[in-house]
Design a protein around this ligand. Structure first.
Ligand code: ADP
Ligand code: AMP
Length: 217
């Protein structure tokens, strides 16, 4: 089963993609996570991507398609039962490329579109904290760590992503509306789109997603 997780920044894509991957044995592929790792390691990709990410803009399509393409080829080579793509595709060109990339992997089964009002997305983004060591994700209000600034899972330090300030969060939402939202119609026309309400607790949203995939119960 190959699934795309769509929705505005802050909708809960990473949180839910991680949970679905664990529950159904899928490979979780998130270009944002791969790019942040590349920035941290100061690779050629990281150096090219950083200025776009800091400004809340999309990294050029060619770089992202190459990055995700190589990971998808790896997943196929390892006979993964499927992938959940979190934050890809974000442009029409990426969506068209994905069709080709998934040809040998059974094609795309569903696009889960997490819907969330913009002010709630901003509140989720500005309160987000991430573990520098293991990548675990927290929220100062909605999912606070047991002790401030420290990861419950591995004890690593928590930090705020540089693009999670209110100004950059709003810029990213604008980019989403302009460049990514058109994919909602694109996938609806292909009969793949499932709109899912992203409000409520993490558990409630997970159950809605499983039910949208026909995998509940
Ligand atoms: P995205 O990957 O779409 O940008 P995340 O999964 O990183 O979103 O979630 C953004 C922030 O909102 C994180 O701090 C996360 O802990 C929090 N969050 C995720 N889902 C919920 C939810 N259902 N209710 C409240 N907070 C949530
Ligand atoms: P995310 O972790 O999904 O919030 O993504 C963080 C940043 O990484 C985005 O604001 C973009 O700069 C970049 N990025 C992630 N996914 C993509 C993509 N599919 N296309 C272009 N840029 C991306």
């Amino acid at each position: 089963m190959n699934v795309v997780m769509m929705g505005p920044p802050g909708a809960g894509k990473g949180t839910q993609a991680g949970l679905l991957a664990e529950r159904f044995g899928l490979v979780h592929l998130a270009p944002g996570d791969l790019l942040r790792q590349a920035v941290k390691e100061d690779t050629a990709l990281g150096r090219r991507a950083k200025e776009y990410m800091d400004a809340g803009r999309l990294v050029p399509d060619d770089l992202i398609i190459e990055l995700i393409g190589s990971r998808l080829r790896e997943a196929v080579a390892h006979r993964a039962p499927g992938v959940v793509l979190d934050g890809f595709p974000r442009t029409l060109r990426q969506a068209e490329a994905l069709t080709g990339l998934l040809e040998k992997a059974g094609g795309l089964d569903a696009v889960l579109n997490l819907c969330l009002p913009e002010d709630e997305a901003v509140a989720r983004l500005t309160g987000r904290r991430v573990c520098r060591k293991c990548g675990a994700n927290y929220h100062l209000v909605y999912k606070p760590p047991d002790s401030p600034d420290t990861c419950d899972r591995c004890g690593g330090p928590l930090y705020q992503r540089s693009d999670d300030t209110e100004a950059t969060a709003r810029a990213r939402l604008e980019v989403y509306r302009r460049e990514t939202e058109p994919l909602v119609t694109y996938y609806a026309e292909k009969g793949l789109l499932r709109d899912v309400d992203g409000r409520g607790s993490v558990g409630e949203v997970t159950e809605r997603l499983a039910s949208a995939l026909g995998l509940d119960g």
